[in-house]
Design a protein around this ligand. Structure first.
Ligand SMILES: [Zn+2]
Length: 237
């Protein structure tokens, strides 16, 4: 199995929040997408790893992802080390994506920051010919980072207006995380690390990114490397 775009999250639900619209849009345009969650989210204040795994499966179906894998590298203690780099590099070699999408590498949640760095380093490991991981090397072309808990000045904004409602559906598949009803474990006294009402705030964030490029809803991505283009008109397609 191969995919065109591989999106990486530290926890199940990161990809939906940061890049759900992009995956929907690219899928609709004929590209295949995949998701790798680096941990099972077992340290989350709400839900259990089992519930989150079911929710992740439902969300992947909503997003139309061809595959979704979980590397179980330890929630709350995700590290940038050789073992984890190679675990992710193996998946990159198997799925052979052209693009990698992952969290911003300086996020305030340590797992998100580690996931962003792991993605960058694993992409190098994946291409090294002399690194024997049992699978042939693969070179990723471009890596983008999505924001989690902090704002980033985006290098590109993708218009997700036609896909915004479906993205929100994918986010809400994680009832254990985002439902504001007590039967799903919500208690208002809890102080969140990031945002509380994800539906409202995701709408605000996507509205803000959209406003930067003159559309209703957008997702913003940061690219650390210069982007090579040969035709300026590809930027206004
Ligand atoms: Zn997360």
């Amino acid at each position: 199995m191969q995919v065109n775009i591989l999106a990486i999250g530290a926890h199940p639900d990161d990809v939906e929040l940061g890049a759900g619209g992009l995956l929907l849009r690219m899928g609709k345009q004929g590209y295949s997408t995949g998701i790798v969650d680096l941990t099972r989210g077992e340290m989350g204040s709400r839900g259990t790893p089992e519930i989150r795994a079911q929710e992740a499966e439902t969300a992947a179906k909503i997003l139309g992802a061809k595959t979704r894998r979980n590397l179980d590298l330890g929630d709350g203690r995700l590290e940038v080390n050789l073992h984890n780099r190679h675990a992710l590099a193996k998946v990159v070699r198997q799925l052979k994506p052209t693009f990698l999408i992952g969290p911003y590498f300086d996020d305030k949640h340590p797992d998100h920051a580690a996931a962003g760095m792991l993605m960058r380093q694993a992409s190098y490991d994946a291409r090294m010919k002399k690194l024997d991981l049992g699978i042939a090397p693969h070179s990723v072309h471009i890596m983008f980072h999505y924001p989690c808990h902090i704002y980033i000045n985006p290098s590109i904004v993708v218009d997700i207006t036609p896909y915004f409602e479906r993205k929100q559906e994918a986010v809400m598949a994680y009832k254990s995380q985002f439902s504001l009803s007590p039967e799903n474990g919500y208690y208002p006294e809890y102080v969140h690390i990031g945002i509380t009402n994800y539906i409202k705030h995701t709408k605000a964030r996507c509205g803000h990114f959209g406003s930067m490029v003159g559309v209703n809803y957008g997702e913003g991505f940061f690219c650390q490397d210069p982007l090579l283009i040969n035709d300026l008109y590809t930027l206004i397609s």
